[in-house]
Design a protein. Structure first.
Length: 368
């Protein structure tokens, strides 16, 4: 054994963790998927687990709605993981611990005190199984410590902070209105992001920090800035920007901004920073319907077309089997050919088997 190999061995022994090694051990990043296939396509499968993530954007841009959508899918994922581990483990103590703990939980810091329970339920979130804190007079330092304590239990798989922009440091909270304060929450957020990034990698907990984009008044070129300073941005593995897109009717047709009764709107999404997947799909959108939340079928059809699962020729659409390259047929053996995108969406909505097969094929192509 060389001296260097012996040193690596002693480091791991001293810290009781495999923190040093020769070469890189490939670890596939686990992800929490979005409901929207478009967002899963952009992110190669969803939100990376065990990291800090920022959802920033303008007011009413879709940040909280997207975070709640991630909460819903996280709850489904945590339940499946818990059931799988519980049925497979042979360790009696581990099984007893899992039964007592249950699935990992979502921890939601509603700093704005504006979480709409009905909207969250409409999006599919099990609000009754989510831990929610609604700070009243607590400063940013207090809230961040609550979050760190929650992550450290190893029972939390997802934390959401809604939002960073309304937080106030102890220094600012204790001063009078006519006294100046400097730095905002930059110092406590810097410390939190450094501590949380280490804890998250250890516990596989994901932290989503919702942030507000504001006009940069200090720059002659304008532009947008976010709260919290540079350290938070640096420690975030991914940063997303959201904006409200066009209004749409029930069929997905675009409406003008002055319409009275839209059925939904497009949520515009751009990836500002990523270290978890290739940055070659930086912009996109998903479809939000006010009656039932994220419309997965609109987005599913779009992504299926990108992968060639649904093929378009003029105004006609056909379904293709990726493995064989053949056109999918109906029960009578005729090729399934549908004219017009609205009819394609209607067909998929009415055929649950086709919907599930389409989702499965898209997920296989995306590696989800």
């Amino acid at each position: 054994m060389s001296k260097l190999d012996a040193l690596v061995q002693s480091i791991n022994k001293e810290w009781k963790e495999d923190i040093a090694a020769k070469g890189i051990k490939r670890i596939d990043t686990q992800k929490i998927p979005f409901t929207s296939s478009r967002l899963n396509y952009m992110t190669y499968g969803g939100i990376p687990r065990g990291f800090l993530i920022e959802f920033a954007g303008e007011n009413n841009g879709g940040k909280t709605t997207t975070a709640l959508d991630v909460c819903k899918n996280a709850q489904i994922l945590f339940q499946k993981e818990w059931e799988t581990e519980l049925s497979n483990t042979q360790d009696a103590k581990r099984k007893e611990y899992l039964e007592a703990r249950g699935p990992q939980k979502v921890f939601y810091a509603d700093c704005e005190n504006t979480l709409d329970e009905d909207w969250a339920r409409l999006l599919g979130v099990d609000v009754d199984d989510m831990y929610i804190i609604k700070p009243q007079t607590q400063a940013a330092e207090d809230i961040f410590q609550m979050l760190l304590d929650a992550i450290e239990t190893d029972e939390v798989g997802l934390c959401v902070i809604d939002s960073l922009g309304v937080m106030m440091s102890k220094q600012a909270y204790e001063k009078d209105m006519n006294e100046k304060t400097y730095g905002g929450i930059s110092m406590p957020l810097t410390l939190f992001s450094k501590k949380a990034s280490l804890l998250c990698r250890k516990t596989l907990c994901t932290v989503i920090g919702i942030n507000q984009e504001r006009d940069n008044l200090n720059s002659p070129y304008g532009g947008k800035i976010t709260t919290g300073g540079q350290a938070w941005k640096f420690n975030c593995t991914c940063r997303f920007s959201f904006a409200k897109g066009d209004y749409i009717d029930a069929a997905g047709n675009h409406l003008n901004r002055s319409c009275d009764t839209p059925a939904g709107n497009k949520v515009m999404v751009s990836i500002v920073k990523t270290k978890a997947f290739k940055p070659n799909r930086r912009t996109g959108f998903y479809t939000l319907m006010y009656d039932y939340g994220v419309d997965e079928i609109f987005d599913l059809v779009e992504v299926a077309m990108k992968y060639g699962i649904i093929q378009k020729s003029g105004a006609w659409f056909t379904f293709c089997d990726i493995e064989t390259g053949e056109i999918v047929t109906d029960e009578s053996g005729k090729d399934i050919k549908i004219q017009g995108l609205p009819n394609v969406i209607k067909f998929i909505k009415e055929d649950e088997i086709m919907l599930e097969e389409l989702k499965e094929q898209v997920n296989i192509q995306m590696g989800v």
